[in-house]
Design a protein around this ligand. Structure first.
Ligand code: HEC
Length: 160
């Protein structure tokens, strides 16, 4: 009983700590908010790259691992579904370090379509990889990689 009480009170402290972290968001300046939004979306895109790298490696001759290919593609699909959310904060006019083009916030529905295309192509790749056949998987690779470039070409500063 005592142990349970200690556990419950420890949990309460943790939850109230978390609530403080969340509510502190209300107190930040618009500049801090914009900087946080940029950090968040860069982290998401880096996580996309993290998951694509092993797949791209296989496409370039690294040993084919169907399980890793499928798993990472499914992760990419899940992350892709968050792109419209992380891009929702309009950071135009703030002094932030970003390669996002201003046109994004006049074209959010097109940006969402491009995120959806990545999600769809990642799922198609995952299905292809799940066959265990290298050639079948790689037949779906170009569309997957192409969906990254397709959005970058339109909405990201051209620094590739
Ligand atoms: C719907 C649009 C869209 C799609 C799809 C997309 N990106 Fe991006 N990506 C962006 C934008 C916009 C930025 C610029 C973010 C910023 O600096 O504000 C970016 C930035 C990046 C960055 C740089 C992050 C940083 O730290 O500056 C990487 C890496 C990246 N994307 C990888 C990928 C990969 C890999 C894929 C495909 C699996 C992908 N992206 C798909 C829009 C997209």
């Amino acid at each position: 009983m005592r142990k349970i009480l200690i556990l419950v009170s420890a949990l309460c402290v943790t939850v109230s700590g978390l609530l403080m972290v969340v509510s502190a968001q209300d107190d930040i300046t618009p500049e801090q908010r914009a900087a946080q939004a940029v950090d968040q979306r860069k982290a998401l895109f880096k996580t996309l790259r993290f998951n694509l790298i092993p797949i791209a490696g296989m496409a370039q001759g690294a040993p084919f691992n169907a399980e890793v290919a499928e798993r990472n593609a499914r992760r990419i699909a899940a992350i892709a579904s968050m792109i419209p959310e992380v891009m929702a904060e309009d950071t135009r006019g703030f002094a932030v370090e970003t390669t996002s083009l201003d046109s994004i916030w006049d074209n959010m529905s097109d940006l969402s379509d491009k995120a959806q295309a990545l999600e769809d192509n990642a799922i198609a790749f995952a299905e292809a990889a799940s066959t265990g056949e290298f050639a079948t998987a790689m037949g779906a690779f170009r569309a997957l990689g192409g969906s990254c470039g397709n959005c970058h070409d339109t909405y990201r500063v051209d620094n590739d």
